[in-house]
Design a binder for this molecule. Sequence first.
Ligand code: ARG
Length: 575
Amino acid sequence: MNIRTQLETIITQALADAGALNDAPAVVKTSSRPEFGDYQANGIMGAAKALKMNPREFAARVLENLDLSTYADKLEIAGPGFINIHLKNEWLQQQVEKTLESDRLNIEKAEHPETVVIDYSAPNLAKEMHVGHLRSTIIGDAIARVLEFTGHKVIRQNHVGDWGTQFGMLLTYMGELKQQDKEITLQLADLEKFYQAAKVRFDEDPDFAKQARDNVVKLQAGDPEFLALWKQFIDTSLTHCDEIYKILNVLLTREDVMPESAYNDDLANVISDLKTKGLLTEDQGAQCVFLEEFKGKDDSIIPMIVQKSDGGYLYATTDLAALRYRNDTLKMTRGLYLVDARQSLHLRQVFAVGKKAGFVKEETSLEHMAFGTMMGKDGTPFKTRTGGTVKLIDLLNEAQQRALDLVTKKNPDLEQESRESIAKTVGIGAVKYADLSKNRTSDYIFNWDTMLSFEGNTAPYLQYAYARIQSIFRKAGAIDTSAKIIIEEPAERQLASKLLQLSEAIEAVAKDGTPNILCNYLYELSGNFMTFYEACPIMKADENIKQSRLKLSQLTANTLKTGLDLLGIDVMERM
Ligand code: ARG
């Protein structure tokens, strides 16, 4: 249940009843400070201005038309014309009870479920996954989890690059190794090294380079020998991706892989359909689409090239084919693309051309959920000490090792096995959370020390809050489920009110693809819990108060666990 939306609806109606023009919205927000109540309606001033009325006077008129007696016991006009809403303890108590009983924390499913295609991760398979793939993979996964939880049909699409010119180089190199009777499987064990070695051959030997170019053409024409080599390579590369997904606790499987190569046979159709629609223009031998809306600085249109003069197709051509597949076969009603911000022009063009060509329904919402670059401490893109790209597997191993050192320091007596399992959960959680908690559109600085800290807005802090509550339960024994929730102390109110705001955070993520809102919520919730825990003793309180506080703790733990799970992060009972 989303309290904010409920209040918004009721107060907006009161605004209208008080004479506001044009459905002026109530603009209800959570209050920034407890003394301003739990929620605040900020829309009064705007509505009053349109009526040329004094805002406080208009606010008084709104109050005359407003009945919030079920929810609130105090409404007050504040400042230039806000309305502060103080929720009733009794109402909070009921809602906390209800949420505690619900197995989905009283979060409603979407009224109009969509079929959401989420395009995420999508590495190029020629090389190993590197840090550049991290953001798309984990942000996309969190959004997918949230949309699924809120009742949408989610279709994951891993649009991996498996068909470009680089494969000509790799296949030629595989062919050479085969001739030398070398064990290819062994060589493929380190994809990165394999790629480097092939690249050396490509750069040093013009004959090799020419063969490589010929071989891509043969591959794309379906030559059985090259196809077999290619399959072997792709399979190795995907197995490597699967390992990474498993470590990362990301839900992508082989079934979600819909590679670029799958659209190969449809690319000629894409071109001929664009032609039929009158969208194609030849420019210096290449087939292009010129749309008015893509004017560059000098007023000339930036074309989208869909076929090169040599007949070859492009990344954009494949994306158009994929768009049509998602529309026709997957029945997508909403499409999310978790792709680096640098591809923004490319995607805007794909979306616009796709709609003009009728490859996708006009009303389908296509959203580029862009993200910035992961930076090193020095503010330049994250690199190894020698300036190379960081392999994702190395980064994840380092995360677990660093977490193990931390856990060992904190808890030297714990068995090795437990320490390792905790380290895995903490280390991977820390890397994921550090990314998810940032505003996705900006670049962010990757910093081991801050992300692994037990203080601040970090995974270890939240995981620790959860484990701490579990330790309270171990001491307290079974909770009396029939006990009533009693809310009296300010810290109890604060916590209860926050506990009821989960749906607001979840709805924001579902709508805007912003997991950082959920992270922030969980962080604030943990803070409220810590304050409550200090101000409101549990074990020493009278039995009925003790049970009530245990129940509040229980709901806090459930909320942390569900929230972190939606982010793809695990919790543990002890740490
Ligand atoms: N493979 C691409 C890359 O690494 C990302 C693909 C994103 N998805 C898409 N439909 N274009 O840059």
